[in-house]
Ligand binder design. Structure first.
Ligand code: NAD
Length: 325
């Protein structure tokens, strides 16, 4: 069997770049990254694979029908990460979220159908389920997104599944919990807190800090996506969890400790509008059917993440100086 030509959208971002680097550990891999390089995309994330003979980078927009058409025609499979991904930005202005996440996804799906792409893995999120008071959401749970970001992801997730039902396109959807690890933009909670603390600045904790998030190391997530791409079934949805639920307050305590600070470095901020109290996914399906297991120990991996930010100020400092909140 020849190695599939894989188109990775959003491959210069946080998760997409981890995924691309993992794919290209295989000398025979053939990967094209399509990325617009918004404020969240960073070519530097792909430097380690720039010399791989099977790698190609194309700067472009998933809403650009001509570019998408050309690249999709040359691809066997698509793994779709590209998105506007920051909840706070979507609360400030949701338009770009609808345009990229919903319209951009539909443009990709349309091209995939026209060109007979054999597999389309759509990266969705646990935020589509909304706040879960107790228990954990299975893949069959209703979608109740709260933020404009989550609503745009729910729309794109359903659009992807519609292309499976209507056109029998081989679409597989993953819904993962909060990722953490190296190369994450400093606007997101963990890197934001760490980079603030590394500069001796305070960190903002929303509301009472009792919001619960399940933390998934990006490398475990990448392994889960690969299981879905290579062994999953068409039309199926797979939750991918980290098995590490923590309140934001508990997480803050750990980050303060890692950076050598106390609670006097915490500013209590007004809660975010529509802030979901708790996310929790039941990932029993991917465990039972594809043998998914998390491999990274949270304490060790969090320490490693903090160390990476400490050792790579040249990576994140420019990103904190462009008016990011
Ligand atoms: P990110 O913001 O770090 O990266 C997004 C990438 O997409 C960037 O490289 C950006 O340049 C690119 N992009 C944005 N708009 C584009 C467009 N119109 N055309 C082409 N490229 C464009 O995001 P991330 O955290 O790596 O998330 C990747 C995916 O995973 C997203 O779909 C997100 O919704 C989903 N997800 C993320 C998390 C998380 O914790 N980070 C959790 C659940 C789901």
């Amino acid at each position: 069997m020849t190695t599939p030509r894989i188109l990775v959208t959003g491959g210069a971002g946080f998760i997409g770049s981890h995924y691309t680097r993992a794919l290209l550990r295989h000398p025979a891999a053939r990967v094209t990254v399509l990325d617009k390089l918004t404020y969240a995309g960073n070519r530097d994330n792909l430097r380690p694979v720039s010399g791989h003979r099977g790698f190609r980078f194309v700067r472009g927009d998933i809403r650009d029908v001509a570019v998408v058409d050309r690249l999709v025609a040359e691809s066997d499979q698509i793994v779709h990460f590209a998105a506007e991904s920051h909840v706070d930005r979507s609360i400030a202005d949701g338009r770009g979220f609808t345009e990229t996440n919903v319209l951009g996804t539909q443009i990709l799906l349309g091209a995939a159908r026209r060109h007979g792409v054999r597999r389309f893995v759509h990266i969705s999120t646990d935020e589509v389920y909304g706040s879960i008071a107790s228990g954990a959401a299975k893949e069959t749970a209703p979608l109740r997104p709260s933020s404009p970001y989550a609503a745009s992801k729910a729309a794109s997730d359903l659009m992807a599944l519609a292309y499976h039902r209507t056109y029998a396109l081989d679409v597989r959807v993953t819904r993962c919990s909060n990722n953490y690890g190296t190369h994450q933009h400093p606007e997101k909670l963990i890197p934001r807190f760490v980079t603030n603390l590394l500069r001796g600045r305070t960190v903002p904790l929303f509301g009472d800090g009792g919001h619960v998030r399940d933390w998934l190391h990006v490398e475990d997530h990448v392994r889960g996506i690969e299981l879905v791409r290579t062994q999953g079934a068409p039309g199926e949805i797979y939750n991918i969890g980290g098995g590490r639920p923590l309140t934001n307050k508990e997480l803050t305590g750990r980050l303060l400790e890692s950076c050598g600070y106390g609670w006097d470095m915490v500013d209590h901020a007004r809660d975010r509008e529509g802030h979901d109290r708790r996310y929790a996914v039941d990932d029993g399906k991917i465990r039972a059917t594809l043998g998914y297991r998390t491999a990274r120990d949270f304490t060790t991996a969090l320490e490693e993440t903090v160390r990476w930010y400490r050792d790579h100020p040249h990576w994140w400092k420019p990103l904190t100086e462009v008016g990011v909140r």
